[in-house]
Each structure stands twice: as structure tokens, then as C-alpha cells.
Design a protein around this ligand. Sequence first.
Ligand SMILES: [Zn+2]
Length: 237
Amino acid sequence: MPSPTIERLLILQDRDTRRIGIEAQLKAVPREIAAVEQRIGAERAAIDAAKGEVRDLESKKKILETEIGSAETLRAKYRTQQLSVKKNDEYQALGHEIENVQKQIDDLEGRELEGMYAIDEARKRFVEAEGTLKRNITGHEARIRTMKDRDVSLSAELKEALAAVAEARTPVAAPALEAYDRAAARRMPAVVAIRGGKCGGCHLKVSSEVESAARGKNADTEFALCDQCGQMVYWES
Ligand SMILES: [Zn+2]
């Protein structure tokens, strides 16, 4: 049987472990909320990016249309000029110019067609991105609400856990409490059983002095520390 001090410390350790668990969960809440908000942000960004892409492509298409218009005006002008020239070489030179302008128009129209295709694709991406957010937003918002509720209930649980820890500390004598706090600050569990002559914390063999101190009649007041890792040790059976 563990000594009364060890028994009290084991109760304290149990409550401290619960408190630490709650604190860890509580600490994770803002991170989880931030992760959901980040996903919402990423989905909105995808919508904005697709929208921006459509806008860019449309303005590029407008510029192409203007260029096509000017080239067509030029082609019409050359054709009119061609009708009034008398010399054959002038007629041929204009014919050459018309050919060049026509090539430009063909090229511009090809690019316009590609642009229209790209606009369609970008619009599809926009609709898709919007659909993704619409599908997910309810889930995202519910998740955030759940996390906020969780924050409230965990905070209440922590308050209780802290009160339980304080209550468990009260009956422990100051030297044992100090040793416990030192061990707990290093790592949990602070109080471990010796099994098969080995410390339950570091799993190394404890010295015979430590073992007999842990088993001793004075174990209640003279608690033992593992000579390897320094955690508090007790004899279990
Ligand atoms: Zn140890």
C-alpha cells in the first residue's frame, strides 16, 4: 500500500493530469478555429482569383476587338485607295498592304477565339469555386460555432479542475508538495511506482537506498526520489 502522502499525491497527480488535458484542449481551440477560417479564406480567395481572371481575360478581349476594328478600317481604306490608283505597281503595293493587314486580322481573330475559350474556362472555375464555398460554408460555420461552444465548456471544466487541484493540494505537507511540484515541472507523471526494482518513470533500476526509502516505515514523511530521473517514487505492493 502506498503511504498516505503518496496516496494524496496520486490524487493530486490525477487531478493535475486532468487539468493539463483540459488546458491542452483549450489551447487547441483557437488554432482549430483559425484553421477553419483559413479554409474559408482560401475558398474565397479562389473565387476572387477566378473572378479576377475572367475580368482580365474580358478586358484583353476588348483590346483585341479594338485592334481588329482598326485593322479592318485600315483594310477598307487600302481597298478604297486601290480602286482609285492608276499605276499597276501602286495597285500591287496596296494589294500587298491589304494582304499584310489581313494576316494581322487573322492572327487577332485567332487570339480572340482563344481568349473566348479561356473566358469560358475561367467562368467555369469561378462557378466551381463559388460552389465549393457554398457547399462548405455551412459546415465551416457550424465547426466554428462548435469550437466556440467548446471553448466555453472547457473554460468551465478548467475552473472546476483547478478547484479540484487546489483541494487536493491542501492536505499535502509542504516538503512533499515542493518535491512534487519540482518533479511535475520536469515532466508528468511526477509520482511513479517502483516495479521490479525499476522506476516507472525512467525504467532504470533504482538504488537499494531509494528502494528501501520508498518501502520504509517513514515513507509517509520521507518520500523517495528516483536517483536516476529525480521523479518521486513509491513502493506499490
Ligand atoms: Zn526514474
